[in-house]
Design a protein around this ligand. Structure first.
Ligand code: PMP
Length: 333
């Protein structure tokens, strides 16, 4: 019989798919790594399993314990899945810009969700960082993975994402492009790929993509709408020395390209995916025909149906003009 012991064993080994329509006219090859095919629907399943296993080993998480984490949703789903298989409870703290759909998903997995305002500074008592710290103090047996500082985040990408990409491209990757949130993906994956390229006697370019306004591309962290990426502080999970180049992308460009990925590539993905692809296409346009650009797409698009994929929501922010809508409901963008 061929079966897996639990869904946790399905995490990782996601495929690369060539981008065709959106990469039309671009020299070289642009390959998307499809992280929504993880069982929890995002790249964050990878760090969840690693962080929990390490905490069990160190004794920070004991049987019957509670996992408390500030998360925009995806890390929560990953942690909830791992927690179920191991008998832990979960309490997640989300900023209010995270969609209702995403919070409902966390609740569906059996987690408790606490919502905090987005528009307050990290040091404010109501910030989602501080609320989660308070909950850790108040709940008996609580453990906070803290994806922003946990070295198991980058370590999980060094151990899985990096080798998968290297092997699937037969070591021919020339550019790795990914959004920066905690920085775990770019740090771990980028470090592994750079080591392998150095062993092979050549170079690889690691490109971070950032929402305009976030600190990674020189901003102050002013609010932007794309979820899961960009920051208003520098987390220790991020090692900026791995990144060769940071490309800022606007909300408008991120969301319009996200919609094109669904319509033209059959990839219903989240807003940070459109952002990452915008960065990847820019890099690929400047690189030669031999470039093999791999761009990581962190999550699926179902959690964004009432936002990015909703014409009125998009028009409300000026990202799209409702006058362009045809009777068939197809909009430009
Ligand atoms: N996109 C989405 C939707 C995410 O949830 C995350 C994780 N915060 C990222 C991108 C960025 O990944 P990382 O935290 O590894 O930098």
């Amino acid at each position: 019989m061929r079966y897996f012991e639990s869904v946790v064993d399905l995490i990782g080994n996601t495929p690369l798919v060539k981008l065709r329509s959106v990469a039309d006219g671009v020299p070289g090859t642009v390959l998307a790594k499809i992280e929504y095919l993880n069982p929890g629907g995002s790249v964050k399943d990878r760090i969840a399993v690693k962080m929990v296993e390490a905490a069990e080993k160190s004794g920070a998480l004991r049987p019957g314990g509670t996992i408390v984490e500030p998360t925009s949703g995806n890390t929560g789903v990953g942690l909830a899945i791992v927690a179920q298989t191991k008998g832990y409870k979960c309490v997640f703290v989300c900023p209010d810009k995270v969609s209702e759909d995403k919070r409902d998903v966390l609740r569906a997995y059996g987690a408790e969700v606490v919502v905090c305002p987005t528009a307050v500074a990290p040091e404010h008592p109501d910030s989602y960082y501080n609320v989660s710290d308070r909950l850790v103090r108040e709940i008996d047996g609580a453990w906070k993975p803290d994806q922003y500082s946990n070295p198991e985040g980058p370590a999980s990408h060094y151990a899985t994402t990096g080798p998968e990409i290297w092997n699937d491209t037969d070591g021919r990757i020339t550019h790795f492009v990914t959004g920066i949130g905690t920085g775990g993906t770019i740090t771990g994956t980028g470090r592994y790929l750079k080591e392998k390229a150095a062993e092979a006697g050549r170079e690889i370019t690691i490109v971070g993509v950032d929402p305009e306004g976030s600190v990674y591309s020189g901003g102050t962290g002013r609010p932007y709408l794309v979820e899961g990426v960009g920051e208003d502080f520098w987390p220790s999970a991020y090692d900026p020395s791995v990144t060769d180049q940071v490309v800022p992308v606007s909300d408008a460009e991120s969301f319009l390209l996200t919609r094109r990925l669904a319509r033209e590539e059959g990839l219903l993905v989240g807003g940070s995916c459109g952002m990452a692809v915008a960065g990847a296409l820019k890099v690929a346009r400047e690189a030669g025909p031999d470039a093999v650009v791999v761009v990581l797409l962190p999550d699926g698009g179902r959690g964004y149906l009432s936002k990015i994929f909703n014409d009125e929501w998009m028009a409300g922010y000026g990202f799209l003009n409702l006058a362009d809508r045809t009777p068939g409901g197809i909009t430009v963008g």
